[in-house]
Design a protein around this ligand. Sequence first.
Ligand SMILES: [Zn+2]
Length: 146
Amino acid sequence: MNLSANSSSKMRASTNPLDGKEYKIMEKFHVHIYFTKNEIELAQKVRDELIRAIPQLIYVGELILKPVGPHSKPMFEIHIPAAEIDRIAAIIDKKRSGLSVLIHPVQDDELAAHTVFARWLGDRLKLDLNNLNPAKDTQQLKCSSM
Ligand SMILES: [Zn+2]
């Protein structure tokens, strides 16, 4: 399985035939799995289990041992196709071994993606929302380690 980023999985624009306007379609969700310095082995095990249990994974990141971007704890991330979000979220909930998990859509409005559209499994953690972009401009997404 190729776990590297795949350009066809990124957001694409779609033209509405009724009004001719372009809409961005969310095709991908990020899943961030958080752990502490004492849970590195557990996180590695959860990561292995998720790789085994979810063949639809678009991307699997390495463990990141320090806080980055809005994430206030060490974490690793996986990317999943939006079409299967509910089914995959249920699998992740079974496999997360008590770790906190954030699931959010990938979209221009990062602030909304990490707040109103965010879903948590387990304990909800504080995010640093200061650098997340609420406006519709096309800066590089900051929530990802990619
Ligand atoms: Zn993210």
